[in-house]
Design a protein around this ligand. Sequence first.
Ligand code: UD1
Length: 423
Amino acid sequence: MDRLQIRGGRPLNGEIEISGAKNSALKLMVACLLTPEPLQLSNMPDLSDTRFLSQLLATLGVEVFWPKGASTCHLNAAELTSTIAPYEQVRKMRASFNVLGPLLARSGHATVSLPGGCAIGARPVDLHLKAFEAMGADLLVEQGYVKAAAIHGLKGAHVNFPFPSVGATEHAMLAATLAKGETILENAAREPEIADLANCLNAMGAKITGAGTDTIRITGVESLSGTSHAVMPDRIEAGTYAMAAAAAGGDVTLTHAPVDALGAAISALRKAGVTVDADPEAGTIRVRRNGTRLRSVDIDTQPHPGFPTDLQAQFMALVSMADGTSIIRENIFENRFMHAPELSRLGANITVRGREAVVKGVEHLQGAPVMATDLRASVSLVIAGLAAEGETVVNRIYHLDRGFEGLDRKLSACGADVTRLSE
Ligand code: UD1
């Protein structure tokens, strides 16, 4: 199992190009199931999650052409040969569950394993299923599988989500494109990836308005066609490198960055005393910190446009070295502080009380061996390791490979001493 060795204490200087967004790419890839025509996705992040999904799509009959290292992925679901997504595949990556809606919409039936829990909490799919039921699907949950049928097709429905779930909003939107009549999604999630997906679906001939707001209207169409679409840049990757530069110190410019999608994170960094110059038109974010100690900042994770839960761990690593005490409240997932005990191994002073973590800033972190538990938690350990004195070894970095394209390469190019140790 690969590990990452980091010799900390070196500032970061240079440029980092932000890749396509994992969370957008996964839903865009699934959209290929809605049409017999080819879907071409550029700016694709080459990650274990996106590669994994391309394998699942291939088992459903999708022709996938995506050579190693290529940034464009060609998907062609001219004919589907299966409508079954087995446990082994859905268990490994939760977003695989989102093949259910498109399969149901296109073929009238699908059998997809429930994703099960994960390290950051129970993560049920009840909101997804309620949306499909409202659209007229017959659902049977049996032996860990959802068996769904809509023999006469899905029909438009009025869905009011009790919580703005990102996955359920995207999933319902995908399926509603081919439903008969109008679907209205209320209290929909507003994450930028939802607008990216709607833009691609509209280019395929769908009729979606309001994506990016809390009310999305979808008028179903008979069929969708193929298109070419560029995946939006990854706001979580950009926020992560901004926090890495802030933690290690130095002067880093992020390019191809989705500046407008990062308002809450940029504001939190500024409150911490980091100099951030963001240029939405150029797509650049310059992050600087030279010598000055960070200030403590309280954050509260919220659905977009609030502070993203996917940057909570990274921000905790940052303020663990701030002057003062920061209170970090996690409102989206019930168990998303797995990184706290690992950060404490590096000398951070963190007490977790339910959904709150009290972070008393220390002057310096010290390197230590640590264990990655999930994707965002792992990268928070990398950030802490970059700032810590001495050597940090992050174990189980396969989590990082799920979501960060070329992390060691991008950091090394900015002067970090980071080595991947393979066994
Ligand atoms: C997506 C992102 C993930 C991010 C999260 C919140 C992808 C691939 N993943 O995950 O990186 O952290 O949004 O921004 O895009 N919930 C229910 N019932 C449901 C669905 C969700 O109770 O049917 C709960 C979840 O357990 C969780 C909360 O709602 O506590 C948020 O989940 P959701 O917004 O659906 O996140 P994901 O789409 O899974």
